[in-house]
Design a protein. Sequence first.
Length: 255
Amino acid sequence: MSNLDTLIQDLVIANRVLAKEDVVDAYGHVSVRHPDNPKRFFISRSLAPELIERDDIVELDIEGQPVKDEKRSLYLERFIHAGIYATRPDVMAVVHAHAEDILPFGIAKATKLKPVIHSGSFIGGKVPVWDIRKKFGDTNLLVTNMAQGRDLAKSLGKGSVALMRGHGFASAARSIIEVVRLSVYLPRNARVQLAAMQAGKPIPLSKGEIAARAAGYKPRSPETWRAWEYWATRAGCGDMIGEPDAPAPAYDHKP
Ligand SMILES: [Zn+2]
């Protein structure tokens, strides 16, 4: 299988994993940048992530438009992905979802989402909240054009996650596995923070702890693979993943 085939297979697995782990439901999506053409990315046609197969994956350009003639419906919110890829050359994979546990932090202004558990460290020390109304007035809250996608990406800045007021979140990372991990642990971190707030004042991870966690992460390390294998198996696609000893694919981030 070529690197591109593996990448698309991993994108299918990522969709199924995010569905199984309740990050997405009928809505929400994950994409990956083309490893050989940074101005393109892959994402499914408009379909619930749990149902996605290889043939559902389409290639879009950096403006969110299909590269080939496409009769099938596309995600209305594909501009979230296009906006982030256009703005952040370091980002190779993006997730957008409406996971319920994170929503309170996008609505309650005084309460900031913070990393409070070790597995939540990857959300970063400061998680911005993007409010579509600030620049675009009253909308249906969906990100349906490049201006909105770029504005969201601006709010994301150099970070990994932006919350979207009254809607959901966008997360960005250097690989599919990394963005899946980030998006799986983000709602869990939010849930734990909310529970801790009922019991007292939560203690967030320190800057040093966040940095130490980031420094210790290696794509395709045995620890990373363990999670990928576990999630894929739970999602019913354990037979679709490659070999743990395979050389790092070209799309893995190289610092
Ligand atoms: Zn949405």
